[in-house]
Design a protein around this ligand. Structure first.
Ligand SMILES: [Zn+2]
Length: 328
């Protein structure tokens, strides 16, 4: 350290010390700062630019999932050992993420969180995150559903009222047909039945107002925003692909429920799948595609903000979370 700096530091230190009352250092109680209450909140949003589009991840909160009871085509031992590599157990606090796309002309919300469906157990923070991110529910022009499961559509409607009063809800026609037909509920396994009631309740006010729009598989929905059919997890499970200035981001919905298990082993399925062999096949295909082509991926249940890239590894795939960045 140069002599001048050392001298300056020393004289600053002496001045600071001599300003303290003599007994102050040793005896003053340190209570004032320690009494500040712990805040225990998170900011709830994360933002990045994709070309000219602003992308904002919105946290709907988390829900704790018992992976050893929910994951299928694997074993509890295998789940435990893969989770341990991430310093986690089989019970894992799992993110519920939604995403905003501001194209400069329109404000699009991808999925709407769980609303009140999980009660105290999780979810329901989407509106607080939206507000923290600088937007109001009234500002949303369209909600693009990756699928109609409750943790993606429950936040659309509360007490029978549309939460997004100016938004049109978009979903694949197979998805709407499947979940809105009571005959399918009767034919489905017991564990899926509640989802039919939740789907009807979530979509009802939008359908009644003529603001439920369905599309057929792969469709251009807005300039730079298109849907891609990825049936399996549900019959109309959809990716939304967003492109601006040669950059691409894909919103993946429920391709991953347990990142530390399904990335290394894409064959692992989940009880929520309507067609689990088809879901596993899609997962293997899109993992390979994303790792080969290096586009951005935004996923509903990868740890918030759930935005990153996939990389091929010796066994399966790995997740490369987005580098922290300040949009400019
Ligand atoms: Zn989900």
């Amino acid at each position: 350290m140069p002599a001048l700096t050392t001298t300056l530091l020393r004289s600053a230190l002496i001045a600071a010390l001599s300003a303290l009352p003599a007994a102050g250092l040793a005896l003053a109680p340190q209570a004032a700062q320690a009494a500040a209450p712990q805040v225990k909140t998170q900011s709830g949003f994360y933002r990045m630019m994709l070309g000219d589009f602003e992308i904002t991840a919105l946290s709907d909160g988390t829900v704790t999932l018992p992976l050893d009871k929910l994951l299928t085509d694997t074993t509890p031992e295998r789940i435990r050992s893969l989770q341990a590599r991430a310093e986690l157990g089989s019970q894992v606090e799992t993110s519920i993420n939604a995403f905003l796309i501001n194209t400069g002309k329109q404000l699009l919300l991808v999925d709407a969180g769980a609303g009140r469906l999980f009660g105290e157990n999780g979810g329901g923070r989407l509106l607080a995150s939206l507000q923290a991110a600088g937007y109001r529910a009234e500002d949303v022009d369209a909600v693009l559903l990756t699928h109609v499961h409750g943790d993606h559509s429950g936040g659309l409607t509360v007490d029978g009222k549309a939460v997004f009063p100016n938004a049109t809800v978009y979903t694949d026609q197979h998805e709407a047909q499947f979940w809105l037909d009571p005959a399918n509920a009767a034919k489905s396994a017991e564990r899926h039945r509640h989802a039919f009631l939740e789907a009807s309740a979530a979509l009802a006010p939008y359908a009644a107002a003529g603001r439920l729009k369905t599309f057929a598989g792969d469709a251009e929905l807005f300039p730079g925003v298109r849907s891609v059919a990825v049936p399996g997890h549900t019959p109309g499970h959809t990716f939304y692909v967003v492109e601006s200035r040669d950059q691409q981001l894909q919103f993946w919905g429920d391709t991953v429920h347990a990142q530390h298990v399904q990335l290394p082993d894409p064959a692992v399925t989940v009880l929520f799948d309507i067609d689990s062999p088809a879901a596993a096949k899609q997962r293997k295909r899109v993992f390979a595609d994303a790792a080969a082509k290096h586009y951005w991926v935004a996923a509903a249940h990868i740890a918030f903000p759930g935005i990153g890239h996939l990389r091929k590894e010796a066994t399966g795939f790995g997740w490369v979370p987005a580098n922290y960045s300040i949009p400019r």
